[in-house]
Design a protein around this ligand. Structure first.
Ligand SMILES: [Zn+2]
Length: 79
């Protein structure tokens, strides 16, 4: 058995509690960020009429349904 002074035990309890809270915080933050990235994936803005449209992830060119303009998937109109 490990003999600890009495004043050290609350510190160990607080350290373990804070470590658990930090681990849960990091876990939920990673999950929330992954879900946000999945939600915004494939969403682009038409370069002609600025309408938001959803397209396939591996689609290079896509046509805007409202104005008919052909848009290219790139970093500028993708989120
Ligand atoms: Zn358009």
């Amino acid at each position: 058995m490990i003999a600890l002074p009495l004043h050290v035990m609350p510190l160990i309890y607080a350290a373990v509690f804070l470590a658990a809270v930090m681990a849960l915080w990091l876990l939920y933050d990673r999950r929330r960020e992954r879900r946000r990235r999945e939600m915004w994936q494939g969403l682009s803005q038409c370069r002609l009429c600025a309408e938001w449209l959803r397209h396939g992830v591996d689609t290079k060119l896509f046509r805007c349904p409202s104005c008919g303009a052909l848009n290219e998937k790139n970093h500028y109109n993708d989120i």
